[in-house]
Design a binder for this molecule. Sequence first.
Ligand SMILES: *Cc1c(COP(=O)(O)O)cnc(C)c1O
Length: 389
Amino acid sequence: MKKNYVYADNAATTPMSEAAVKAMLPWLTEEFGNPSSMYSLAAKPQTALATAREAVAAVIGADPAEIFFTSGGTESDNWALRGAAYGAEKKGRHIITSAIEHHAVLEPLEQLEREGFELTVLKPDAFGRIDPEAVRAAIRPDTCLCSIMTANNEVGTIQPIAEIGAICREFGVTFHTDAVQAMGHIPVDVEDMQVDLLSASAHKFNGPKGVGFLYVRRGTRLKNLIHGGGQEKRRRSGTENVGGIMAMATALTEAVANMREEYIRLSAMRDRLIAGVLQMPETVLTGHPTERLPGIASFSIRYIEGESIILSLDIAGIAASSGSACSTASLDPSHVLTSMGLSHEEAHGSLRLSLGRYNTEEDVDRILQALPPIVEKLRAMSPVWKSKK
Ligand SMILES: *Cc1c(COP(=O)(O)O)cnc(C)c1O
């Protein structure tokens, strides 16, 4: 990364840790063997996969046999939702989810709706939280699946997953959670959370892009999504990304070993950012004031466009985001913010600053110095702002 560049978009992706890069390299060169082959060159990659599976399982309190490697968060979500919907369709074709899910959950669910499933989309409160009692009220005899994310990628709000999991279990409803933003940053344990399916992605915790995993509780009815050579115990075909998987396991083990310390360090920096940004007039925090990820500070800065703030921050050498990275190509305001009750106008002024492993207190200083003059300048050009004054 360029020197003097402040990267504050860790919710979009993170740089790989040195240890993760080191763990990846041998599998790309000397130890390139296909883990499914029978000769000795395959032995080491085979053992490596087993080791990585054990490491990942240990982190989330699962059995190694319940971990399946995938190409990332999007695939894990698609597999979990399509696989579980068709796996449990004998029970019924009703699915419960929330309005603040990532597109990797909402889009496959909308596809299932076109295929004849029925969706109930729960609205969050103003802080982005889903009420477990709303999940209970939405459950019907024909509900086959419920999917609620562990923590939101735009506003950082953490959901009461254990309570929702207990309710789903009480009614025999398969429960999936997209834990992509939470993994490696806050404790994730499949027993505490009472989940049946859990998605994760390596590039959100300083691992490589294009690799992730799906946790599948033993006994969960799940159809296969990707068919082929029968890898991953005939559940997910395709030659395993051995280097990526080893790097992911290393990055996750590292993240969990440093989690307590990082949580304290990042949340202190996040709170200083929040306090500083809220000094500006007509600026509000979006998401939950306390139940939020340690690295995510998100705001609505009224009377200006989030996109213009991002471009001006970029010129000042700061990478931030407005809404989610995946939806910046569209001009629609964030579905997360509007479902939390923000007006389109407020949602357009959204700014997300997400901190990670390599951010320092100096980065926070740089952001707090650069942002107010940018906002002032942009507002000076805004006719709405002028008419307010
Ligand atoms: C990034 C992200 C995804 C998608 O993961 P990829 O590995 O990029 O496919 C899914 N859900 C959430 C909440 C995310 O933040």
